[in-house]
Ligand binder design. Structure first.
Ligand SMILES: O=C(CO)COP(=O)(O)O
Length: 263
């Protein structure tokens, strides 16, 4: 059976940048820089800070923009006495379709472990959100040469207990920590090595059809100048873009990567 091609996904993780006024401007500029055909071909998504989401919803819905949006994190809990947390239900109510889970900055600065990341994946799925599950190794692990096992272990832990149908609703992002915000991009071959191993692991632990359908992104210093060679890899289906997604024209160029390939 030939599986359906995976639609490329470009997700801009704004991290803690841009207030709601700036968010409004960036989303409008981004939409104006891409044609309907381009936005249909390549799924384009922004992940702004929570405080921007209502504004982004208003501009996307009001102008019927073909841009998706979501959050950078969510609570593993449904509701209750969790000061400062935001639930999946709240995000879904704002029209979010995606939520990043287990980003290395959350794992590092907020001590999120695999169990918590797994609970957040579950919470996202429960509320109809697509989790973008981030995995990736630090420089020490890369230098030891155990990066593939590190990433597949993180994948296993985060997806533990999910049905094949639930796994099919997850997007995985491979983000080597040493390539984030450093200008040091993994080579296309580095990205392929881990993305390919993640897909092979899904085939082993879930099934081949699910593995073939799951989109796997690469993240870490992606720019318009390097996106095409990364996207040319067979197991890379998109990118999770940090710094370069804060500039509408640059992010639009990244989303237009098929044109860089076909010339
Ligand atoms: O962490 C990232 C996206 O989630 C990558 O960030 P940069 O693109 O700024 O390296």
């Amino acid at each position: 059976m030939v599986s359906a091609p995976r639609r490329p996904l470009m997700a801009g993780n704004w991290k803690m940048n841009l207030n709601h006024l700036e968010a409004n401007l960036l989303v409008q500029k981004l939409a104006a820089s891409l044609t309907e055909k381009q936005l249909t071909e390549v799924e384009t998504v922004v992940l702004p800070p929570y405080t921007d989401l209502r504004t982004v919803q208003t501009v996307v819905e009001g102008d019927k923009l073909l841009i998706g949006y979501g959050a950078q994190d969510l609570s593993p809990h449904v509701s209750g006495a969790y000061t400062g947390e935001i639930s999946g239900a709240m995000l879904a109510k704002l029209g979010c379709t995606y939520v990043a889970v287990g980003h290395s900055e959350r794992r590092q600065y907020h001590r999120e472990d695999d169990a918590l990341v797994g609970a957040k994946v579950q919470a996202a799925l429960t509320h109809g959100l697509t989790p973008i599950l981030c995995v990736g190794e630090g420089l020490d692990i890369r230098e030891q040469g155990t990066h593939v096992a590190h990433c597949t272990d993180q994948l296993d832990a985060a997806l533990k207990g999910l049905s094949p149908e639930q796994v099919s609703r997850v997007v995985v992002a491979y983000e080597p920590v040493w390539a984030i915000g450093t200008g040091k991009t993994a080579t296309p071959e580095d990205a392929q090595e881990v993305c390919g191993a993640l897909r092979a692991r899904l085939a082993e632990t879930v099934d081949q059809a699910t593995a073939d359908g799951v989109r796997i992104l690469y993240g870490g210093s992606v720019k318009s100048s390097n996106v095409a060679s990364i996207m040319a890899q067979p197991d890379v289906d998109g990118a999770l873009v940090g710094g370069a997604s804060l500039d509408a024209e640059e992010f639009a160029k990244i989303c237009r990567f098929p044109e860089h390939i076909t010339g």
